[in-house]
Design a protein around this ligand. Sequence first.
Ligand code: 8YV
Length: 315
Amino acid sequence: MTKPHILQIGPYPEWDMERLEARFEVHRFFEATDKQAFLAQCAPLIRGIATRGELGANRALIEALPNLEVISVYGVGYDAVDLEAAKAANIRVTNTPDVLTKDVADLGVAMLLAASRGVIGAESWVRSGKWQNEGLYPLKTRVFGKSVGILGLGRIGYEVARRCAAFDMDIAYCDVAPRDFAADWTYIEDAKALSARSDFLFVTLTGGPATRHIVNKEVLVALGADGMLINVSRASNIDEEALLDALGSKALGFACLDVFEGEPALNPRFLALENVLLQPHHASGTVETRKAMGKLVYDNLDAHFAGKPLPTPVI
Ligand code: 8YV
């Protein structure tokens, strides 16, 4: 049986490569130094794309592949895939929902706890000998019982809220409409009003044009000098320049961030700030979840080329 040819946009762990290469002819786009020359050589062969959430597939790439049938995204977010271009060319798109939800929520809450209690600084305090030489570590901020706002009560927002409920936190959320499964939590229609009542504001929205810069200067200032922002969604949901300004002037107290505009090359202004906790977009980065994501990427491609229903289609 001839193997369908697929274009791989970013690296995957070895266990995924073995499975993909057994079933497909895999063209490693990300390893090519001259991308245009690489495409010119393999474009007519390519019937599938295997990509990652943050890398997606833009219009230029989709239009450069005349025989493309399916794009399989390793990630729940598909905002980096040009869905209009895919629809126009009758190309199916799949993602990896559900399997990563709880890991992403775990990291969001872990960042909140670590930042509020100064866990990273406290560890350095011990290692550097300051505990012995200078005495007690400065007091930090309580978490339990505080107010938390969840901007976007989808699958990940719901899991964040459940975890925060276990810390006896007062939970409010903002979404397009009240959710019937969230009767114990307060619905707030407006992002700024949610921010104003919150000690901690989680951003758990899908990315894309509809939510771009929804967290603007006003929302950040409403969170305030004692407030903390936690973003485990997409950088585009926040006006990053406004965020940097608010953190620099201390109009906003603190930010825990797993995603950045232009990542992995983040704005150097972030590195000069002390009131941030920075993570390398790894909220879904556990072996267990990444194995489940990789399997779904494969299963979707395999189902497509076997003429079977796609396990997790977007379109
Ligand atoms: C990334 C993500 O896909 O699920 C998403 O939308 O952003 C992540 O899980 C991950 O970094 C793998 O590339």
